[in-house]
Design a protein around this ligand. Sequence first.
Ligand SMILES: COc1cccc(COC(=O)c2cn[nH]c2)c1
Length: 238
Amino acid sequence: MKFEVLTIFPEIIECYIKHGVLGKALNKGIVEVKVYNLRDFTSDKHKKVDDYPYGGGAGMVMQIEPFYNAIMHLKADEKPRKLVLLSPQGRKFTQKLAQKFMEESKAMVLICGRYEGIDERVKAFVDEEVSIGDYVLSGGELAALVIIDSVVRLIPGALGDELSAVEDSFMKGFLDYPHYTRPEDFKGMKVPEVLLSGDHKKIALWRKRQALKNTLKNRPDLLKNLSPEDMRILKELC
Ligand SMILES: COc1cccc(COC(=O)c2cn[nH]c2)c1
């Protein structure tokens, strides 16, 4: 899978992708990330990317021309790619959308805005507008990294051979179960006995109950389309 990122701060992306799962996936050739500096697609000597908003108001707006020039440059190879604008106004990014992007897109262009936003006409060249949450960031770069990280984790082979239990729980519609590791007793704080029992059936049930309990407490909105078994467990918790 290939990600192409349009940004005025390429170092933000370049620094992050060297580490962890992303770094390994890059080294394995499972994923390729190319970062483009929008200032390289300007035509003035000051490499200007923003200007005052028509209609007045605070702040600056990113101009269409650098985005247009960069997008046309990428499209010159005529390869298919999904163009995604990161913005607080976008559709909500979820684990399911990450799965969809991984399954459907061989290449994604992640367009990072800054300032008050970008010229609305850029959206004529964009396939999707995506938000990672109901808050405003200083720029789309963090949102782009969230999308790259969550999509890459889903690519077969990216996580090595460890199970991605966290993704599974989100895909099934609830939060993760609690995790513990050594020591068994830390200053009197003990690991739940069931996890030391070796009884995998009991452990699986305990984990399911805990996951449903966490979801009921923190994200009841996720509790839809539960299986009859999960519904039975949930009713016991209420
Ligand atoms: C494109 O226009 C704008 C305007 C303002 C900020 C940004 C940066 O993105 C976000 O703030 C964001 C992305 N997902 N959730 C929040 C983009």
